[in-house]
Write a protein that binds this ligand. Structure first.
Ligand code: CAA
Length: 295
């Protein structure tokens, strides 16, 4: 099959893509890659979770068909280009592998060490979608640190137009350029950031969420008014508390902790309310309750 971008008709330069982790981010990355014409293998821990990831992609594509953005036949062709596996060994022939597992540094390092052994093409790009773990540490877990970059997508991946390309002191310029070209081919605008906690977007966005949580905790305004204020007063699609719920309060706290650890500035310190909510299992949309109730 000739790999071809459904929107532009261009051939994608990287035709075989692997995605490790089929959660919200991973399945989104797999979806947009397959949509652009790449052959995609997505890995999950077991068959049940892999089916769930495929179901999420099917639903997202069905939504695009319903809205008249995609033909039913194109949807079928995209799903045809998507395979799920529970074996990391199936990444052997990939030209680009994007790791998108949970934010656990040891797990990510293990995956990078294994991918280094598994992926046959010395020129393949190994990328991480991490929003907070230094790419340099993941690169150092391989014998090809020059081929490791960060490719940080935003949620929901099919909708959000940005990809942050994170380069390190070890990454090869040609590898960075190929990663950027691929992201552009799948429809993303690319900004580049050095390997510092938060990169560009989270370094600005997370302290804003934390400020909103502090404002709510101090009783300055209700959560609804804080969110409405930023939606109508600053034209943001979601208010900060709503958005923190959407991304996950555990993720929000994790990124805040990483930022605090790196810069030691109070503006990145997790407010006590956020810490308590995460300890209580109130993680936002995914747990059914965060600042708002979703049950
Ligand atoms: N898959 C595919 N398409 C989707 C989608 C999904 N999961 N979710 C929404 N869409 C599409 C819809 O089809 C619709 O498209 P059209 O209008 O062209 O038909 C469009 O997006 C808007 O969707 P809805 O009308 O259903 O809902 P909405 O207008 O309320 O928008 C939203 C939903 C796109 C999520 C919007 O609220 C938004 O942009 N929110 C902000 C998201 C954001 O800031 N994300 C970044 C989080 S930070 C992050 O990810 C980084 C990190 O490291 C923590």
């Amino acid at each position: 099959m000739i790999a071809c971008n459904v929107e532009t008709g261009d051939t994608v330069t990287i035709e075989r893509v692997g995605v490790v982790g089929g959660g919200l981010m991973g399945s989104g990355i797999a979806e947009v890659s397959a949509k652009a014409g790449a052959d995609v293998v997505m890995m999950e821990v077991n068959a049940e979770v892999a089916e769930k990831s495929l179901g999420r992609i099917d639903k997202s594509l069905a939504r695009a068909v319903e809205r008249g953005k995609l033909e039913e036949a194109e949807k079928a062709a995209i799903l045809d280009r998507l395979n799920v596996t529970t074996d990391l060994g199936d990444m052997a022939d990939r030209q680009l592998v994007v790791e998108a597992v949970t934010e656990n540094e040891d797990l990510k390092k293990q995956i990078f060490t294994s991918l280094d052994e598994i992926v046959a093409d010395d020129d393949a790009i190994l990328a991480s979608n991490t929003s907070s773990i230094p790419i340099t540490r993941l690169a150092a877990a391989t014998n090809r640190p020059d081929h490791v970059v960060g490719m940080h997508f935003f949620s929901p991946v099919p909708v959000m137009a940005l990809m942050e390309l994170v380069t390190t002191v070890m990454s090869d310029e040609g590898v960075e350029d190929r990663a950027q070209a691929f992201a552009e081919e799948i429809g993303k605008t690319v900004i580049r950031a050095q390997d510092r906690a938060g990169f560009v977007v989270n370094m600005l966005l997370v302290p804003y969420w934390l400020a909103a949580i502090r404002m709510y905790e101090a009783g300055i305004a209700s959560k609804e008014d804080i969110d409405t204020g930023m939606k109508l007063g600053a034209n943001h699609p979601m208010g900060p508390l709503e958005l923190a719920d959407f991304v996950g309060l555990d993720v929000t706290k994790f990124v805040a902790d990483v930022l605090f650890d790196e810069y030691k500035e109070p503006l990145y310190a997790s407010p006590p309310l956020l810490t308590r909510m995460v300890e209580a299992g109130l993680l936002g949309r995914k747990s059914g309750r965060g600042f708002y109730n979703y049950t």
